[in-house]
Write a protein that binds this ligand. Structure first.
Ligand SMILES: Nc1ncnc2c1ncn2[C@@H]1O[C@H](COP(=O)(O)OP(=O)(O)O)[C@@H](O)[C@H]1O
Ligand SMILES: [Mg+2]
Length: 206
Protein backbone atom coordinates (compact mmCIF):
# COMPACT_ATOMS: atom_id res chain seq x y z
CA UNK A 1 0.00 0.00 0.00
CA UNK A 2 1.03 3.53 -0.79
CA UNK A 3 -0.56 6.25 1.34
CA UNK A 4 -0.04 9.92 0.56
CA UNK A 5 -1.53 12.53 2.91
CA UNK A 6 -1.66 16.32 2.64
CA UNK A 7 1.59 16.89 0.78
CA UNK A 8 2.39 20.58 0.43
CA UNK A 9 5.22 22.38 -1.35
CA UNK A 10 5.93 25.98 -2.33
CA UNK A 11 8.64 27.70 -4.33
CA UNK A 12 8.91 31.05 -2.59
CA UNK A 13 5.39 32.49 -2.67
CA UNK A 14 4.28 30.09 -5.39
CA UNK A 15 2.20 27.44 -3.59
CA UNK A 16 2.57 24.58 -6.05
CA UNK A 17 1.06 21.75 -3.96
CA UNK A 18 -1.73 22.55 -1.51
CA UNK A 19 -2.41 19.22 0.11
CA UNK A 20 -2.12 16.15 -2.09
CA UNK A 21 -3.65 12.89 -0.84
CA UNK A 22 -4.41 9.48 -2.35
CA UNK A 23 -3.96 5.76 -1.79
CA UNK A 24 -2.73 3.05 -4.12
CA UNK A 25 -2.72 -0.73 -3.81
CA UNK A 26 -0.67 -3.37 -5.66
CA UNK A 27 -1.78 -3.51 -9.31
CA UNK A 28 -2.96 0.10 -9.34
CA UNK A 29 -1.91 2.64 -11.91
CA UNK A 30 -2.53 6.20 -10.74
CA UNK A 31 -2.57 8.73 -13.59
CA UNK A 32 -1.97 12.39 -12.87
CA UNK A 33 -3.00 14.73 -15.64
CA UNK A 34 -2.89 18.51 -15.77
CA UNK A 35 -1.52 21.50 -17.62
CA UNK A 36 2.18 22.20 -17.92
CA UNK A 37 3.31 23.97 -14.78
CA UNK A 38 0.51 22.53 -12.63
CA UNK A 39 2.91 20.73 -10.28
CA UNK A 40 2.96 17.14 -11.55
CA UNK A 41 6.75 16.85 -11.71
CA UNK A 42 7.17 18.61 -8.37
CA UNK A 43 4.85 16.09 -6.77
CA UNK A 44 6.52 13.08 -8.40
CA UNK A 45 9.96 14.26 -7.26
CA UNK A 46 8.63 14.37 -3.70
CA UNK A 47 7.08 10.93 -4.06
CA UNK A 48 10.45 9.61 -5.24
CA UNK A 49 12.31 11.23 -2.35
CA UNK A 50 14.33 13.56 -4.61
CA UNK A 51 12.68 16.68 -3.18
CA UNK A 52 11.25 17.38 0.27
CA UNK A 53 7.67 18.46 0.93
CA UNK A 54 6.88 21.35 3.29
CA UNK A 55 4.34 19.12 5.02
CA UNK A 56 2.40 15.89 4.78
CA UNK A 57 3.20 12.20 5.02
CA UNK A 58 4.06 9.39 2.62
CA UNK A 59 4.09 5.75 3.63
CA UNK A 60 4.90 2.56 1.76
CA UNK A 61 3.36 -0.55 3.29
CA UNK A 62 3.23 1.22 6.65
CA UNK A 63 6.82 2.52 6.49
CA UNK A 64 6.90 6.30 6.87
CA UNK A 65 9.17 7.62 4.12
CA UNK A 66 9.12 11.24 5.23
CA UNK A 67 10.79 10.18 8.50
CA UNK A 68 13.41 7.90 6.98
CA UNK A 69 14.84 8.67 3.56
CA UNK A 70 16.07 5.14 2.91
CA UNK A 71 12.42 4.05 2.67
CA UNK A 72 12.17 5.83 -0.69
CA UNK A 73 15.17 3.89 -1.99
CA UNK A 74 13.71 0.64 -0.76
CA UNK A 75 10.27 1.09 -2.30
CA UNK A 76 10.50 3.37 -5.33
CA UNK A 77 11.98 3.54 -8.79
CA UNK A 78 11.86 6.91 -10.52
CA UNK A 79 11.76 7.83 -14.19
CA UNK A 80 12.27 11.60 -14.42
CA UNK A 81 10.66 13.70 -17.14
CA UNK A 82 14.07 14.52 -18.61
CA UNK A 83 16.38 11.65 -19.35
CA UNK A 84 18.72 10.93 -16.44
CA UNK A 85 21.25 8.99 -18.55
CA UNK A 86 24.84 10.01 -19.17
CA UNK A 87 25.05 10.51 -22.93
CA UNK A 88 28.75 9.83 -23.32
CA UNK A 89 28.67 6.47 -21.53
CA UNK A 90 27.38 3.26 -23.03
CA UNK A 91 24.20 1.54 -21.88
CA UNK A 92 26.01 -1.02 -19.75
CA UNK A 93 27.95 1.64 -17.83
CA UNK A 94 24.81 3.68 -17.28
CA UNK A 95 23.10 0.66 -15.76
CA UNK A 96 26.14 -0.13 -13.60
CA UNK A 97 26.13 3.43 -12.29
CA UNK A 98 22.53 3.06 -11.15
CA UNK A 99 23.02 -0.39 -9.71
CA UNK A 100 25.48 0.72 -7.06
CA UNK A 101 25.66 -1.95 -4.39
CA UNK A 102 23.26 -4.83 -4.79
CA UNK A 103 20.40 -4.47 -7.19
CA UNK A 104 19.16 -6.88 -9.84
CA UNK A 105 21.65 -8.88 -11.89
CA UNK A 106 22.39 -7.10 -15.14
CA UNK A 107 21.46 -10.18 -17.25
CA UNK A 108 17.99 -9.91 -15.80
CA UNK A 109 17.55 -6.33 -16.94
CA UNK A 110 19.08 -7.08 -20.33
CA UNK A 111 16.51 -9.81 -20.88
CA UNK A 112 13.53 -7.84 -19.62
CA UNK A 113 14.35 -4.69 -21.60
CA UNK A 114 15.88 -6.27 -24.73
CA UNK A 115 19.20 -4.48 -24.23
CA UNK A 116 21.48 -7.12 -25.75
CA UNK A 117 22.12 -5.31 -29.03
CA UNK A 118 22.64 -1.89 -27.51
CA UNK A 119 24.65 -2.66 -24.35
CA UNK A 120 27.89 -1.35 -25.83
CA UNK A 121 26.34 1.62 -27.60
CA UNK A 122 26.76 5.14 -26.33
CA UNK A 123 23.51 6.62 -25.09
CA UNK A 124 24.01 9.59 -27.43
CA UNK A 125 23.64 7.18 -30.39
CA UNK A 126 20.26 5.82 -29.29
CA UNK A 127 16.81 6.89 -30.48
CA UNK A 128 14.45 8.65 -28.06
CA UNK A 129 12.49 5.45 -27.50
CA UNK A 130 15.61 3.41 -26.77
CA UNK A 131 16.77 6.01 -24.27
CA UNK A 132 13.43 5.84 -22.52
CA UNK A 133 13.64 2.05 -22.38
CA UNK A 134 17.13 2.22 -20.86
CA UNK A 135 16.02 4.87 -18.37
CA UNK A 136 13.17 2.61 -17.24
CA UNK A 137 15.64 -0.27 -16.86
CA UNK A 138 17.76 2.02 -14.66
CA UNK A 139 14.69 2.87 -12.55
CA UNK A 140 14.13 -0.85 -12.04
CA UNK A 141 17.61 -1.89 -10.87
CA UNK A 142 16.50 -2.03 -7.24
CA UNK A 143 13.41 -4.11 -8.09
CA UNK A 144 11.06 -1.47 -6.64
CA UNK A 145 7.40 -2.28 -5.94
CA UNK A 146 6.42 1.32 -6.78
CA UNK A 147 7.40 2.96 -10.05
CA UNK A 148 7.07 6.72 -10.44
CA UNK A 149 7.02 7.73 -14.09
CA UNK A 150 7.04 11.31 -15.31
CA UNK A 151 5.59 11.40 -18.84
CA UNK A 152 7.17 8.06 -19.84
CA UNK A 153 6.09 8.13 -23.47
CA UNK A 154 5.91 11.86 -24.28
CA UNK A 155 7.16 12.56 -27.83
CA UNK A 156 7.81 8.88 -28.65
CA UNK A 157 6.50 7.24 -31.82
CA UNK A 158 3.46 4.96 -31.56
CA UNK A 159 5.58 1.79 -31.57
CA UNK A 160 7.62 2.79 -28.54
CA UNK A 161 4.53 4.18 -26.85
CA UNK A 162 2.91 0.78 -27.25
CA UNK A 163 6.00 -1.11 -26.12
CA UNK A 164 6.29 0.93 -22.95
CA UNK A 165 2.56 0.74 -22.21
CA UNK A 166 2.68 -3.03 -22.56
CA UNK A 167 5.67 -3.17 -20.23
CA UNK A 168 3.78 -1.03 -17.68
CA UNK A 169 0.83 -3.43 -17.80
CA UNK A 170 3.17 -6.34 -17.12
CA UNK A 171 4.78 -4.53 -14.20
CA UNK A 172 1.37 -4.08 -12.59
CA UNK A 173 0.37 -7.67 -13.24
CA UNK A 174 3.38 -8.54 -11.09
CA UNK A 175 1.70 -6.54 -8.29
CA UNK A 176 3.59 -3.31 -8.91
CA UNK A 177 2.13 0.14 -8.34
CA UNK A 178 2.65 2.83 -10.98
CA UNK A 179 2.15 6.54 -10.44
CA UNK A 180 2.37 8.25 -13.81
CA UNK A 181 2.15 11.86 -14.95
CA UNK A 182 0.80 11.81 -18.46
CA UNK A 183 -0.95 13.59 -21.31
CA UNK A 184 -1.56 10.29 -23.11
CA UNK A 185 -5.19 9.14 -23.44
CA UNK A 186 -4.26 5.46 -23.66
CA UNK A 187 -2.18 5.62 -20.48
CA UNK A 188 -5.15 7.29 -18.77
CA UNK A 189 -7.46 4.53 -20.01
CA UNK A 190 -5.09 1.88 -18.64
CA UNK A 191 -5.10 3.52 -15.22
CA UNK A 192 -7.19 2.32 -12.28
CA UNK A 193 -7.54 5.90 -10.97
CA UNK A 194 -7.18 9.22 -12.79
CA UNK A 195 -6.59 12.54 -10.99
CA UNK A 196 -6.17 16.01 -12.40
CA UNK A 197 -3.78 18.49 -10.86
CA UNK A 198 -5.17 22.02 -10.85
CA UNK A 199 -4.23 24.98 -8.68
CA UNK A 200 -2.22 22.76 -6.38
CA UNK A 201 -5.08 20.34 -5.71
CA UNK A 202 -5.70 16.80 -6.98
CA UNK A 203 -9.24 16.07 -8.12
CA UNK A 204 -10.37 12.52 -8.82
CA UNK A 205 -11.68 12.18 -12.38
CA UNK A 206 -12.47 8.51 -12.24
N1 LIG B 1 13.16 24.35 -8.96
C1 LIG B 1 12.13 25.20 -9.05
N2 LIG B 1 12.24 26.47 -8.58
C2 LIG B 1 11.22 27.34 -8.65
N3 LIG B 1 10.02 27.04 -9.21
C3 LIG B 1 9.85 25.81 -9.70
C4 LIG B 1 10.89 24.82 -9.66
N4 LIG B 1 10.43 23.69 -10.23
C5 LIG B 1 9.17 23.96 -10.61
N5 LIG B 1 8.82 25.22 -10.30
C6 LIG B 1 7.49 25.83 -10.54
O1 LIG B 1 6.51 24.98 -9.98
C7 LIG B 1 5.36 24.92 -10.80
C8 LIG B 1 5.09 23.46 -11.15
O2 LIG B 1 6.08 22.97 -12.04
P1 LIG B 1 6.16 21.42 -12.43
O3 LIG B 1 6.07 20.63 -11.19
O4 LIG B 1 7.34 21.24 -13.29
O5 LIG B 1 4.79 21.24 -13.27
P2 LIG B 1 4.39 20.15 -14.37
O6 LIG B 1 5.26 18.95 -14.21
O7 LIG B 1 2.94 19.89 -14.07
O8 LIG B 1 4.56 20.80 -15.70
C9 LIG B 1 5.62 25.82 -11.99
O9 LIG B 1 5.05 27.07 -11.70
C10 LIG B 1 7.14 25.90 -12.02
O10 LIG B 1 7.54 27.13 -12.57
MG1 LIG C 1 6.41 17.97 -15.60
Amino acid sequence: MLEVRDITRAYGKNKVLKGISFDAAPGDQIAIIGRNGSGKSTFLRILAGIDKPAGGTISFWGHRADKEKSVFRQFTGYLPQDNPLLDELNVQDNISLWSGKGGRPQEDLVREFYLDDILKKKVSQLSGGMKRRVAIACACVGNPPVLIMDEPTASLDIYYKKEIRTWMQKFRQGNGIIVVATHDELEMNDSTKVFSMENGVLTKRR
